[in-house]
Design a protein around this ligand. Structure first.
Ligand code: ADP
Ligand code: MG
Length: 329
């Protein structure tokens, strides 16, 4: 069966079950001209959107519709986490080639609902249209944050330390594995998983937001994200290359591909880990919690305005250019 046989409404009927996870905040979900939701009193509302375009952001030859649905929502949740908030509602707009199969939409929503349920996000509406080119998915998410926990990128302070969650570079190396058809190696499963199914750091963000001075999610590589904090805050960031957390799998794959592991972390992107600045005192407090992911101190905030420096392995200090994912491959 093809989509043109069941039409837009037939398609929506196929996906609208189990889209509401938390009924208390939804007055009207899918089925009217607009969704109607309740904001929690005293919370600030967060809005974010990210669009994924076939051929630019994903390749359906190695991404399943379920993985794509998961990732389209995950990257938006990561932006909410980076503001220190929790995600509440999502609307999904999708453009599909006319000859698409309804199963594609159903599987896409299976992936989306899986992560939506995990993080208690309701899918309250969207739009479905035909595309003359490839698949395009736009997700918009509404979230909330207590005013005192809001994390911006413009509020880093001189002498704060610079910290990241998790390991960096895995997702970019996972893409290289997929493009090279490198699936059987000991390192490829974890890297490919991190590329296709990134875990937004919502839970970590909940702890970090209480203590940090500024925060960003790492969607475009550490160099680019560090530069965004430095520029927005009017400070410098000095990062020690030897401290950047690189997984064993990344090191092994870099050796096989003849690439520099650190470059994946600095310029690779799509890790969706968190980069934040924090006072040493608050960092000690943060570390007293039992956290679901690791933290690594990678540097310090300096008074060198809008400048990101890297202390290389040979201890020589160089300026780090904010080149991101697009310039990488
Ligand atoms: P309208 O013509 O008022 O824009 P639509 O016919 O586009 O309404 O959509 C009907 C309902 O289905 C609306 O509630 C809309 O939010 C929802 N909807 C449409 N496409 C999607 C989608 N891809 N995902 C979730 N909800 C959708
Ligand atoms: Mg519409």
């Amino acid at each position: 069966m093809e989509i043109k046989e069941i039409g837009e409404f037939g398609l929506i009927d196929l996906i609208k079950d189990a889209t509401i996870v938390d009924e208390s905040s939804v007055v009207v979900g899918i089925g009217d001209d607009a969704a109607v939701v309740r904001a929690t009193p005293k919370m600030l509302q967060l809005m974010t959107t990210d669009m994924l375009v076939e051929g630019i952001h994903f390749d359906l030859s190695f991404t399943s519709p379920t993985q794509l649905g998961y990732k389209a929502l995950a990257v938006n949740l990561s932006d909410i986490a980076a503001m220190g908030g929790v995600a509440c509602q999502a609307v999904i707009s999708i453009a599909l080639p006319k000859d698409s199969k309804p199963e594609f939409m159903v599987e896409l929503y299976q992936g989306m609902k899986k992560i939506a349920q995990q993080f208690k996000v309701n899918i309250v509406g969207g739009d479905t249209v035909a595309s003359l080119g490839g698949v395009i998915i736009n997700v918009a998410v509404l979230g909330e944050v207590l005013p005192q926990y809001l994390q911006r990128r413009s509020t880093a302070a001189i002498a704060d330390i610079v910290v990241v969650t998790g390991d960096l570079g895995n997702a970019a190396a996972g893409l290289v594995c997929l493009q090279a058809g490198e699936k059987g190696a000991s390192f490829s499963d974890i890297l490919i998983q991190d590329h296709l199914l990134p875990m937004p750091q919502m839970e970590m963000a909940g702890y970090i937001a209480k203590y940090a001075s500024s925060m960003n999610d790492i969607s475009d590589g550490l160099a680019s994200e560090a530069s965004e904090i430095a520029t927005a805050s009017g400070v410098g960031l000095c990062i020690d290359a030897t401290k950047v957390p690189l997984s064993q799998a990344l090191r092994e794959s870099s050796a096989v591909f003849g690439r520099n592991a650190l470059d994946f972390a600095l310029y690779g992107g799509e890790d969706y880990q968190l980069l934040f600045t924090i006072t040493e005192q608050n960092y000690k407090k943060l570390c007293q919690h039992t956290l679901p992911n690791k933290l690594t101190v990678i540097g310090r905030v300096t008074d060198k305005e809008k400048c990101v420096e890297l202390i290389q392995e040979n201890r020589q200090i160089v300026n780090l250019k904010p080149k991101g994912y697009n310039h990488f491959i």
